[in-house]
Ligand binder design. Structure first.
Ligand SMILES: Nc1ncnc2c1ncn2[C@@H]1O[C@H](COP(=O)(O)OP(=O)(O)OP(=O)(O)O)[C@@H](O)[C@H]1O
Ligand SMILES: [Mg+2]
Length: 357
């Protein structure tokens, strides 16, 4: 899925891409290259995110992208950027059958009619969900829908898209895609776990710094997505308050010896777990299908203890998965050893890259 906000429906697929996940705490970048039938990961980088008030200016983005590009040493100018879960909305909508270009125009002029919100100065992109979910069209279903179709709509402020394009340009790059961050793990999961993706009902949970997203997939179709305003930052803050220590010390304990602060972690993960469980309950009630397991990514998914605490709240198996498992390892040897520790954090970047390839 691309949902890239650009009018490039019939565009060519690229051979290589620099994909940059602009997280609120950490920027994650990967360089992906086509290799035979698959793809190769030739470089990755994690950098501190720039600090800004409300939105990142194009100038600041340009400086940051220059630093990213230097770290990754990408051999391409084409870049795929992510819009955060707060900057890009993703919704399911029913729309009449028509070309995607027309849908985008209709949404632009009548966002309230379809999204129950006045979204002026937004740009939209649409992904038509095949009837039957697995691509098999059931004639009876189509007839019952009276020519309507299910569409996954992504929307972002026009200004944000323009700023991203501008920022990339000033860094000597060309923005090929701007992908809603939420879509990243879905794209990567499809490639990394094709069997589970196609046949099961699972929840993909990405625990970020400020936010956590949950996407529920049923046999290859994204059915439900939600964002909860809680992430790694809240965990560290809670530890620092409970123990009366600085944020930096709390962060060190959380990452280095989380067992020492287990009860603080448990109590702050409880509300997050409850919110996620509520989304799962909602899905299960609506679709009458149980969610088999939750697959976690994001920085906090690196912690076994956090995983266990969430599993306790969600009451389904919570596991990590490797979003780079399907990629040929083309990394320099110094990076190859490091990859194992950070791969859970790269899901969004990998998915944003796949949207362009
Ligand atoms: N080993 C670890 N154990 C626990 N937490 C960790 C570990 N490594 C990183 N984190 C946490 O992960 C968080 C950063 O995760 P991530 O890079 O996924 O966020 P982000 O993408 O920048 O944020 P967002 O998605 O909300 O924009 C930080 O809060 C950090 O403390
Ligand atoms: Mg993130």
């Amino acid at each position: 899925m691309a949902l890239g906000f650009f009018e490039n429906g019939a565009r060519r697929r690229l051979d290589q891409i620099l994909a940059v996940d602009l997280g609120s705490r950490a920027t994650k970048a990967v360089h992906l290259q086509r290799r035979g039938d698959g793809f190769s990961l030739t470089r990755f980088a994690l950098l501190d995110a720039p600090i800004f008030e409300k939105t990142m200016s194009p100038e600041m983005l340009a400086e940051h992208l220059k630093a990213v590009n230097q770290a990754v040493q990408a051999k391409t100018k084409m870049v795929s950027l992510t819009a955060s879960v707060n900057d890009a909305l993703v919704r399911h909508v029913e729309m009449p059958r028509m070309p995607v270009e027309d849908m985008r125009l209709i949404l632009k002029h009548n966002s309230r009619g379809y999204l129950q919100q006045d979204l002026t100065n937004y740009v939209f992109d649409c992904h038509v969900i095949p009837a039957g979910g697995d691509g098999k069209v059931e004639p009876a279903k189509v007839a019952a829908n009276q020519g309507k179709q299910k569409v996954l709509v992504a929307g972002a402020k026009k200004q944000l898209v323009e700023d991203f394009v501008e920022g990339a340009k000033h860094a000597g790059l060309v923005a090929d895609q701007i992908v809603p961050g939420l879509i990243g793990p879905v794209n990567a999961f499809e490639k990394a776990m094709p069997e589970v993706f196609a046949k099961e009902v699972v929840a993909l949970v990405d625990i970020g710094f400020k936010c956590t997203s949950i996407c529920i997939l049923q046999e290859g179709e994204l059915i439900l997505s939600r964002v909860v305003g809680m992430g790694g930052d809240r965990l560290t803050t809670a530890i620092s308050e409970t123990m009366n220590i600085s944020y930096a010390e709390a962060e060190g304990i959380k990452v280095g010896m989380p067992g020492e602060v287990q009860s603080a972690l448990e109590s702050v993960l409880m509300p997050l777990g409850r919110e996620l469980r509520a989304s799962i309950d909602f899905f299960e009630h609506q679709q009458d299908r149980p969610v088999a397991a939750a697959y976690l990514t994001g920085g906090s998914a690196r912690s076994e203890l956090i995983l266990q605490c969430l599993q306790h709240e969600l009451m389904i198996e919570c596991k990590t998965w490797n979003p780079v498992s399907f990629l040929h390892n083309g990394l320099p040897s110094a990076q190859a050893a490091e990859l194992e520790h950070v791969s859970a954090q790269l899901a969004v970047a990998v998915g944003a890259g796949l949207a362009a390839l």
